[in-house]
Design a protein around this ligand. Structure first.
Ligand SMILES: Nc1nc2c(ncn2[C@@H]2O[C@H](COP(=O)(O)O[C@H]3[C@@H](O)[C@H](n4cnc5c(=O)[nH]c(N)nc54)O[C@@H]3COP(=O)(O)O)[C@@H](O)[C@H]2O)c(=O)[nH]1
Length: 713
């Protein structure tokens, strides 16, 4: 069953109007009828009273004279009035009615109640009224009663009801027709609004508007609807703009993400410093190459390149120089392969790799290695300085030296260590012994760490003499490793590895402290001042807390700092001269001596030499070795001595092995000598003995002023 609230507005309006009109008409008709009936009843009452009075008056004399016939006749006059059903006159003198009139064809009805003056009685069918009848003398002589038929009233009611019903019907009909015709005025704009709503929601066209031809509530509604559409349209436009903006942003972000992704992928597979493929990409390329080589029966070569002394350059010149050098090396390596399918990669640090595809014979890989060595031979320039770096290259061949990336790289690495062990700046093909060499290096590193832990290092001392007085003036401290496995290991065999691994820092510190402690013992044995000179490696020299640790050590030992001489090689101090000057000044400030070791082997700038706060130049033994035979060496040695003296520097000649060398150096005014001629590096105990029993050099070398030295001299 359809509920009222579910009906359309049209039907609701029609029903409401019908209901209202019906209710109104019914109420008004009912009110009207009630009013009419009450009026009619009052009229009937009044009419009956009038008729009763008139009849009573016309029959009064008949009653007075007791003339029943006349009285009856008087009553009969009521015949003309069809509403009077019965009329009776009662005389005081008798109980029976004095005269009676009953309408024809009507059964005589019974009276409705006792006869009481001016009293109305009502029954469904009749209305009774009675009044007293007076004699001419105004004496009560009897009563008259009239009975009125109320049918007339009912007829009227029926007529009214019929009319009212008819009016209601007609009215409802008219109301229905009118409401049907007029409800369109209300529903049409609403329906068109509904229609518009559907269009808007289907077409999503918020520019549509409802036409307004009403100024009533519907007009307000339409207006409100249009305003709402306008707001929605504006929102929609804003949303559209926002959406477009968002789409643009998303498109931009997506493009950025793609770029970033490409960049990240690139970064994941490339070395940031050199832009060369990194280890991950190199491994991939080798894997692909192996796959291809398998299918096409080809040879591959993997070259493992390590730069000799790179760490040293990095430490002395700083990371900027190191980075620049690596970039330049990368560029030069790229020129060494002319096949586009070959790969040059940087694994990290100073390690580079090369993948050569479709190698016809292993020797071709050797040719590429030679190109690399040649390409790196030319100096690298950094801030107007020329830097030299050499490579050690190991080569492994697929499939001979390994069938997977790991083996090929490991074996090329082993070949590289072989190249390093065999003098650097060369290349070696992998052989089974290369693995042993690589393992040996690892083993050596392990043992070196143990040596530090178990204090297997010793400091040996090589005496230094004043060439004029023949007096011993000090000693150079030289480290030795007394290994339980390798016996006494000379520094040349472990210092390079210690430098590569950074172990040189703790080893160097230990040597420095031990040498200083030893120097303090010498003072109690030997009456003259003795210096101890200690070699400082590049990595020690660039340590941030170098100054602090030396200062602390001197303070701890309460040592006279002027007894300590630090030996720095020419190639250590020159490349980064400005920074070096500052560090040297600070060291000088602490009170120690500074000497330049291996002088003549590096690339000294004389202007810097002048500015360095140094005390001594040590002529490298390579120049001393061939004097006085080699004229060039003689010229160099004499020039160095002259220059040093001009710069107010002392000169030490090292590696003096012959009396001729000694004579030459003495003739050219060299200040100090050191070499096997006077004494090889020796353990501390032996050096103590030497200090206690100095050699008689006057006998040995013909110098009257030399040994033996006495406390007095
Ligand atoms: N950073 C550190 N370096 C050190 C330390 N101890 C040594 N070294 C360096 O190791 C290099 C080799 O030293 P060593 O094997 O001790 O050789 C020294 C001398 O034995 C040798 N020498 C001395 N006189 C002669 C000689 O007449 N003939 C000859 N053939 N060799 C001789 O020369 C080496 C000393 O050289 P130098 O240091 O340049 O004075 C060596 O380079 C040491 O620097 C250390 O504790 N720390």
């Amino acid at each position: 069953m359809v509920r009222f609230k579910d009906l359309s507005i049209r039907y609701k309006l029609t029903l409401i109007m019908l209901l209202i009109s019906s209710v109104v008409l019914l109420l008004s008709s009912t009110a009207f009828m009630v009013n009419e009936l009450l009026t009619l009843q009052a009229t009937m009452d009044s009419d009956l009273r009038t008729k009763t009075r008139i009849t009573a008056s016309s029959a009064a004399s008949a009653l007075h004279f007791h003339d029943a016939e006349t009285a009856t006749y008087a009553l009969k006059a009521l015949e003309a009035d069809h509403s009077i059903v019965m009329a009776q006159i009662f005389s005081n003198r008798q109980s029976e009615p004095f005269a009676t009139y009953v309408r024809k064809e009507t059964a005589k009805p019974a009276l409705l109640g006792d006869i009481k003056a001016h009293q109305f009685y009502y029954s469904h069918a009749y209305l009774q009224f009675s009044m007293p009848m007076q004699s001419p003398e105004n004496e009560h002589q009897g009563d008259i009663v009239l009975l009125l038929d109320r049918n007339l009233l009912y007829q009227r009611i029926r007529t009214y009801v019929s009319i009212a019903f008819g009016i209601v019907l007609v009215s409802v009909l008219i109301a229905f027709l009118l409401s049907t015709a007029l409800q369109g005025v209300i529903t049409r704009p609403i329906l068109s609004l509904v229609d518009l709503t559907h269009r808007v929601s289907h077409e999503k066209n918020y520019a549509l508007r409802a036409t307004i031809d009403h100024h009533d509530e519907i007009g307000i509604l339409v207006n409100g609807f249009n305003e709402m559409l306008q707001v929605v349209e504006q929102r929609d436009e804003e949303l559209e703009k926002h959406r477009e903006h968002l789409e643009q942003t998303v498109a931009n972000r997506t493009a950025e993400l793609k770029k970033l992704n490409l960049k990240l992928t690139y970064q994941a597979y490339h070395d940031a410093l050199t832009n060369l493929p990194n280890r991950a990409l190199f491994i991939k390329r080798v894997e692909q190459a192996i796959h291809h080589a398998d299918e096409n029966n080809e040879l591959l070569a993997v070259l493992f390149i390590d730069l000799d002394r790179f760490k040293y350059i990095n430490d002395t010149l700083g990371h900027a120089a190191g980075d620049r050098l690596l970039q330049e090396v990368a560029q030069r390596l790229l020129t060494c392969t002319n096949q586009p399918e070959d790969t040059v990669a940087r694994l990290g640090g100073d390690e580079f790799t090369l993948l050569l595809r479709n190698v016809r014979e292993p020797a071709n890989a050797g040719i590429v290695a030679e190109h690399i060595i040649k390409a790196l031979t030319l100096p690298f320039s950094f801030h107007e300085q020329e830097l030299y770096v050499t490579p050690s290259i190991g080569i492994s061949i697929y499939p001979k030296d390994g069938r997977d990336v790991g083996s090929l790289m490991k074996n090329a690495d082993a070949g590289m260590y072989m190249a390093k062990n065999q003098g650097r700046n060369n290349y070696r093909f992998y052989t089974s012994s290369a693995n042993a060499a690589s393992a040996a290096r690892l083993n050596m590193e392990h043992k070196l760490r143990q040596a530090l832990e178990f204090e297997q290092f010793e400091v040996w001392y090589q005496p230094r003499f004043d060439i004029r007085t023949g007096q011993i003036v000090g000693a150079e401290a030289l480290v030795r490793w007394r290994s339980p496995d390798f016996n006494l290991v000379p520094p040349a065999q472990f210092i390079p590895l210690a430098e590569d691994t950074g172990l040189i820092i703790p080893i160097g510190e230990w040597v420095l402290r031990t040498a200083c402690q030893e120097n303090m013992k010498w003072q109690s044995i030997y009456p003259h001042s003795l210096n101890v000179s200690v070699n400082l490696s590049a990595r020690q020299f660039v340590q941030e807390d170098l100054l602090n640790s030396i200062e602390k050590m001197i303070a701890d030992l309460s040592m006279n700092p002027s007894r300590l001489e630090l030996e720095l090689t020419e190639s250590l101090i020159m490349p980064n001269a400005e920074d070096t000057i500052e560090t040297l000044k600070a060291l000088k400030k602490l009170g120690m001596q500074i000497s330049v070791d291996d002088f003549g082997t590096g690339y000294s700038s004389l202007s810097y030499l002048k500015r360095f706060p140094i005390d001594t130049l040590k002529i490298d033994q390579s120049f001393v070795r061939d004097i006085p035979e080699d004229e060039d060496d003689c010229a160099l040695v004499t020039a160095i001595i002259a220059m040093a003296h001009n710069l107010k520097l002392a000169v030490v000649a090292e590696g003096v092995e012959t009396i001729e060398q000694l004579h030459f150096l003495r003739n050219y005014d060299c200040d100090y000598v050191q070499g096997y001629l006077f004494g090889k590096p020796m353990p501390a105990a032996d050096f103590h003995q030497l200090l206690k029993n100095p050699l008689n050099l006057s006998e040995q070398f013909g110098y009257s002023y030399c040994y033996p030295l006495s406390a007095e001299t």
